[in-house]
Design a protein around this ligand. Sequence first.
Ligand SMILES: Nc1ncnc2c1ncn2[C@@H]1O[C@H](COP(=O)(O)OP(=O)(O)O)[C@@H](O)[C@H]1O
Ligand SMILES: [Mg+2]
Length: 381
Amino acid sequence: MTPIVETRGLTKSYGPFQALEALNLTIEPGVVFGFIGPNGAGKTTSMRILATLLEPTAGEAWVGGYSVTRESRGVRQVLGYMPDNFGVYDNMKVWEYLDFFASAYGLPRSRRLGLIDDLLALVDLSEKRDGYVEALSRGMKQRLCLARTLVHDPQLLILDEPASGLDPRARVELRALLRQLGALGKTVIVSSHILTEMADICDHVGIIERGRLLASGPIEELLRQVQTSRSVLVRLIADARLGDEAVAERVRTIPGVLGVEIEPLAATLRGAPAVVAMEGTRARALSQIIPGEAGAPPHLQPVPSALPPEIAGGSATDQRLAAAASAAPARLVRIDFDGDDYRLYQLLGELLTRGLPVYGFTEEVGDLEDAFMRITRGMVA
Ligand SMILES: Nc1ncnc2c1ncn2[C@@H]1O[C@H](COP(=O)(O)OP(=O)(O)O)[C@@H](O)[C@H]1O
Ligand SMILES: [Mg+2]
């Protein structure tokens, strides 16, 4: 497939300062591409070059096959660009605003009126058609500006930080709109310095910092690349007989475990009734299923409860243990683990076999934020 955007060695200097250093970027048609990086990374610079509003110092870029330096007319037909700061026009009605831009693109009057209504419906502003632009909320202005970039039905939309300054509700609406544009077959490039904002809008991302592209590709692929090990969160109910060191030692020696961190859990999370209820009976049931060494393996001994005796019930010994246990905090054990799902299943079995009072076992899946931190680590130093 011919890429809709391709840059080769794209470089921009402002005097001695290099804002963009030999950017090589390829974007396939039909994707929603998130251009992610902190402030000053070079996002706006790149987007302005692609939109033919800024000349690169070196290198070249093509949009829809047109060169941005030699075929700017062609490029401008292919793309719609929404800058990060858009001007507001006083004394202009919403429909007039769109009509102005549509005529600037040379659309005949006969086509403009129907188009304006369609665009207003798309961005959910039909009711504001005859209102004044300056009376719109920020989110509405943003959507109107987005409609403006669509008047010539471009294949590619370049939106510079469209979500900045929007309230949460307007962000949700914008997100839905961007997804809708993606579904219409448009390629969308959207920049942001807020990662979490991008994760559920974009299917591809490029991570840029200090004018350099650090990574680019489908989100899942990127996450896989940076995810070298798995992070498993294990919750242990309170057990005063087990010290942190003893827990760490039992975990550390399980095959596949790369690292162990232990932290206390808030008191309110300790021993929920459901957990305690299962301890005695389930431990006994387990003893019949899991073949142990000679005698009862350690994990089959009754696990003390963190709950007060009147709730926990049980024998006098259990109650004494419960009282001792409630002095200790429940624990969260974070395990850095190397292994597939089957090994993960074995890890859980091992934890139980080694007598750890597990009541929660989940994998912490890395997100875009995490990937970004891993990718950009070292660049900052
Ligand atoms: N006209 C300019 N003159 C000098 N430096 C500039 C100019 N425009 C941008 N820069 C610098 O280039 C770098 C990249 O800016 P920009 O592309 O706006 O980043 P971003 O959009 O990722 O926040 C920044 O350090 C910025 O200060
Ligand atoms: Mg910017």
